[in-house]
Design a protein around this ligand. Structure first.
Ligand code: HXC
Length: 258
């Protein structure tokens, strides 16, 4: 498909989606989000893809929802359109693993979109923030809920109430990102990480993702019960037998389902 606001590329079993609206620092306008949804659907349906990477440019992952597009909207408009739900939620709903590779600004909806991915790898020039308060509004794509789950209440309140940015070092310290790498290495590292994930048994990575996400939706005892049942269920996977047999036979597993 020919997209106007994003670019897609395949590297082996990795599907890369690059937000590409340089004139607005990748501000997430409706057309961009629609195209993003199409690209996610396409990779999700493609049996040759085992992991996705969502990225932006060196200057901006995304500077937020498109403020110019939002500014004239009324309450009726946003309510009737269910503004932000449609399209955006797809990022958090894909079942295959998705890694965010963030360089430059990840602000407002950009930070929220990165947090919808399974984890974030940041370049050393990354800047994260929820500046909505400075526009007289609040995060609307999950920021008030996901940021505290990533970084805890104190830092989340600090970010959401002041609208300040945090740099990559602070983001790594507080657990918003899994690691920080030099900007020049960001894509190589993100793709290598995604390739590693895509080299595992796909059903195993999909249930692993589902189980970790469960931790944010339920109590500890229910979450552990979910994990236990899901772990038991992996014994129905051909690849589970293969993985354990390969270990015992000192050879590499030949996954059937990748
Ligand atoms: C629309 C945007 C934009 C945005 C930048 N641009 N961010 N357009 N929506 N969110 C446009 C600018 O208007 C400008 O266009 C061009 O991109 C370059 O931006 P500059 O501001 O000139 O660049 P710079 O001086 O380097 O400053 C970078 C910046 C600043 C610090 C990131 O652009 C900024 O503060 N942007 C807004 C960040 C923000 O408030 N995000 C939250 C949005 S609300 P022109 O035409 O002048 O060249 C949000 C709500 C989420 O996300 C709720 C649900 C999703």
């Amino acid at each position: 498909a020919a997209y106007e606001n994003i670019q897609t590329e395949t590297r082996g079993r990795v599907g890369i989606i690059r937000l590409n609206r340089p004139k607005a620092l990748n501000a997430l306008c409706a057309d961009l989000v629609r195209e993003l949804g199409q690209a996610l659907d396409a990779f999700e349906a493609d049996a040759n893809i085992g992991c996705m990477v969502l990225t932006g440019s060196d200057k901006a992952f995304a500077a937020g929802a498109d403020i110019k597009e939002m500014k004239e909207k009324t309450y009726q408009d946003v309510f009737l359109q269910d503004f932000i739900t449609v399209g955006w939620e797809k990022v958090s709903q894909v079942r295959k693993p998705i890694v965010a590779a963030v360089a430059g600004y990840a602000l407002g909806g950009g930070c929220e979109m990165a947090m919808m991915c399974d984890f974030i790898i940041a370049a050393d020039n990354a800047k994260f923030g929820q500046p909505e308060i400075t526009l007289g509004t609040i995060p609307g794509a999950g920021g008030t809920q996901r940021l505290p789950r990533y970084v805890g209440k104190s830092k989340a309140m600090d970010m959401v109430l002041t609208g300040r940015m945090m740099d990559a070092a602070e983001a790594e310290r507080c657990g918003l990102v899994s690691r920080v790498v030099p900007l020049a290495q960001l894509m190589d590292d993100a793709i290598a990480t995604a390739e590693k994930i895509a080299g595992m048994s796909l059903p195993a990575t999909m249930v692993a993702k589902e189980a970790v996400n469960r931790a944010f939706e339920t109590t500890l005892s229910e979450g552990v019960r979910f994990e236990r049942r899901t772990f038991h269920a992996t014994f129905a996977f051909d690849d589970r037998s293969e993985g354990m047999a390969a270990f015992a036979e000192k050879r590499k597993p030949g996954w059937k389902h990748r």
